[in-house]
Design a protein around this ligand. Structure first.
Ligand code: GLC
Length: 535
């Protein structure tokens, strides 16, 4: 798809977005928890990386049963992250750095401590009763067989009223009732509060879960994990899309704001469902599909996944791409085998930054942060607490950013809330900055190449070698501009030929000198080579 008008190329389409888990980014006051002032003090680093926006995992007031994904007031900042003044300052300073700010907005559920829920639970006749999903039990048990995404029944009995409330996740996170016509307006007001402050958009948490079956029909049985149930009546109901489209209309009243939705699906992901939430330009602007994350390492697998993604994206839609986030293992540790992890991380980063769509980088990915081993008693993630020792949770990918080789990786002067990876002694921002061959500089150079070559931001994606022999090659084409990307997913040398293109000069390469010209008819490819040519 060629761009229609140049001015439709807003920041979120051409830019790169950096995902910050605020608790672990930088601690400015020594309490061991990252905070907003900490983020402000690192804006130079973030903008030096070349990114265009930041997405913050939730910073709203929360009892932290699920670390901010259980909000008790959408209009205040949790004191552990700072104050509203700090937040206002962040917006101001981020904008001065030409960085947009995206907030994480949780529409599916609140905390049980939210005053809305407190009122709702206070009596069957309270005016907010139907803001949440309340039902009578059935045959002395819960209303139906719906399971929570974190295991067990999704219904919790409230002794006071004798009714059950529904929770897609933990019982501390009751689901809102989006079938109640009051709800959209209530939330538009919450969104407006932040939009008026200058926030540039929202990441909508589990947006495909917000509506449940009107008739409360049982979900069908499904053999296997997780939890032996197919979420037919609790996810992707048609009305969720309608609500998303209403939210979009509201957002469109503001200039240049963006909605990116998390489309929650189980492995292997589902790009068709994710793309459906784009509603051909009338739904969310971008949707997270995790298919690429769930694929095992091979050029062919990645090719198929990207092809399917683009096939499903509607004409007026726009893709975004991601390798990791706060719910998953660190991407570098998902790549198989102990050997060549760093080389694979480079191939994956090159792919992320050169395929079509907005790249999201999870903090620390740019220095190749690994999963951190968390002692049994140090587990903080409620999922880890529930399922240890079988699953120790998501903490391992949420550990503090490694800023330098000093104490606690330079993250805090206090006791960090999660341990810092011991490899911070060698793997850290300060050392990587000066090492020209570091992964950090690899990311920076690639982001820069992407900025300087419009075809890499806007161009069509045309596959040239579709994974055969471990090679993925593609072109990004915009008018007369052609960029060819060649990636070797293997540790072996290869030979390729690209008959569609005769030659190109090197824009960026792990093995070749910039500006050198190569003929594509018989090109030798080095192990894990990444090369980008102007063709
Ligand atoms: C999303 C968040 C995750 C959270 C869950 C429930 O998947 O990314 O961290 O636990 O929603 O809010």
């Amino acid at each position: 798809m060629e761009p229609k008008q140049p001015d439709s190329w807003t920041w979120w389409k051409h830019g790169v977005i950096y995902h910050i888990y605020p608790r672990s980014f930088f601690d400015s006051n020594g309490d061991g928890i990252g905070d907003i002032r900490g983020i402000i003090s690192k804006l130079d680093y973030i903008s030096d990386l070349g990114v265009d926006g930041i997405w913050l995992s939730p910073v709203f007031l929360s009892p932290n049963a699920d670390f901010g994904y259980d909000v008790s007031d959408y209009r205040s900042i949790d004191p552990c992250y700072g104050t509203m003044d700090d937040f206002n300052l962040l917006i101001e300073k981020a904008h001065e750095h030409s960085l947009s700010v995206i907030l994480d907005m949780i529409l599916n559920h609140t905390s049980t401590e939210h005053p809305w829920f407190q009122e709702s639970a206070s009596s069957r006749f309270n005016s907010k009763r139907h803001w949440y999903i309340w039902r009578d039990g059935y045959n002395g048990g819960p209303p139906n067989n719906w399971k929570s995404s974190v295991g067990g029944s999704a219904w919790e009995l409230d002794e006071r009223s004798g009714q059950y409330y529904y929770h897609s996740f933990f019982k501390e996170q009751p689901d809102l009732n989006w079938r109640n016509p009051m709800l959209p307006q209530v939330f538009f007001d919450e969104l407006k509060f932040w939009l008026d402050k200058g926030v540039d958009g929202f990441r909508l948490d589990v947006i495909n879960l917000i509506v449940k079956d009107k008739k409360f029909r049982d979900n069908p049985y499904l053999f296997g994990l997780p939890f032996f149930q197919k979420h037919v009546f609790t996810r992707n109901r048609r009305k969720s899309l309608k609500i998303v489209m209403e939210i979009r209309k509201q957002i469109d009243q503001y200039k240049d704001r963006v909605l990116v939705g998390e489309i929650y699906t189980m492995p292997p992901g589902n790009s068709e469902i994710a793309a459906s939430y784009l509603a051909d330009g009338k739904g969310i602007h971008m949707a997270f599909d995790f298919s690429l994350i769930f694929r095992s390492w091979s050029a062919r697998n990645y090719y198929k996944c990207i092809r399917d993604w683009y096939t499903n994206i509607p004409e007026q839609g726009w893709p975004c791409n991601v390798l990791s986030n706060h719910d998953l293992f660190r991407s570098i540790d998902r790549f198989p085998w102990r050997r060549n992890k760093e080389e694979k991380a480079r191939v994956a980063a090159a792919l992320l930054l050169t395929i079509k769509g907005t790249p999201f980088i999870y903090y620390g990915e740019e220095i190749g942060m690994r999963n951190t081993k968390i002692g049994y008693s140090d587990i903080k993630d409620p999922l880890g607490k529930r399922f240890r020792p079988f699953f120790t949770g998501r903490d391992k990918a949420r550990t503090p950013m490694q800023w330098n080789s000093g104490m606690h990786g330079g993250f805090t002067t206090g006791q960090p809330w999660l341990p810092v990876n011991s490899d911070s002694v060698t793997r850290n921002v300060e050392d990587y900055k000066v090492d020209q061959s570091s992964l950090l500089n690899f990311y920076k150079n690639l982001i820069n190449i992407r900025k300087e070559n419009t075809a890499l931001q806007q161009g069509r994606w045309v596959a040239l070698i579709t994974g055969r022999n471990g090679i993925l090659a593609y072109a990004r084409i915009l008018n007369d501009e052609r960029i060819v990307v060649v990636l070797n997913f293997t540790a072996r040398k290869k030979k390729i030929s690209l008959p569609e293109h005769s030659f190109g000069n090197v824009l960026f390469s792990t093995h070749r000198n910039a500006e050198d010209i190569f003929y594509f008819q018989a090109l030798r490819i080095y192990p894990f080579e990444v090369s980008i040519y102007k063709a």
